[in-house]
Write a protein that binds this ligand. Structure first.
Ligand code: CA2
Length: 153
């Protein structure tokens, strides 16, 4: 698929909108996907939107973004960001810009350990605490960055 942005979601995010709405809001992952598709379409880009609870699946999907598979990656690694060196290694292998997205502000949560993402070092940038809109903003940035690079030639 040409000129595609991949939005990847880690464990438990299939339940977005159903649990802890005071922290994560009421938007479901389907709502988030719809918003991301609208942003990508506005920029003339394709969008792949995925969620998995399995580490190996996330790694395979990250490998698929390589060598032109994606022009940008937005990833909410969820709890993989705290313990998954394999996901970190796969992120380091990405050859396009990567934005790590967290719906909540991982720096002002109930527990200090939530701020200690190990995967963010492999990201170009990070959005945290802007709610579900953080995904659309990540796609907006990735799309603008890609289209600007194309315009420069
Ligand atoms: O704020 C985020 O997006 C998080 O990445 C969500 C992760 C959490 O472990 C991170 O600290 C921050 C996953 C939270 C558990 O899954 C839920 C999914 C939907 C609703 C409630 C919890």
């Amino acid at each position: 698929m040409p000129n595609t942005i991949h939005v990847l979601n880690g464990p438990n995010l299939n339940l977005l909108g159903e649990r802890e709405p005071h922290i994560y809001g009421r938007d479901t992952l389907a709502d988030v996907e719809k918003a991301c598709r609208a942003v990508a379409a506005r920029h003339g880009l394709e969008l792949v939107f995925r969620q998995t609870n399995a580490e190996h699946q996330m790694i395979d999907w990250l490998h698929q973004t390589r060598k032109g598979g994606a022009v940008g990656v937005a990833i909410n690694p969820a709890a993989f960001c705290y313990n998954s060196v394999p996901v970190l290694d796969a992120l380091k292998m990405c050859d396009c810009p990567v934005v790590e997205v967290h719906i909540s502000n991982i720096h002002n949560r109930e527990a200090e350990w939530r701020a200690h993402t190990i995967t963010a070092v492999a990201a170009t940038g990070m959005i945290s605490g802007l709610g579900a809109m953080g995904y659309s903003l990540a796609v907006e940035w990735l799309a603008q960055k890609f289209n600007a690079s194309m315009a420069k030639g």
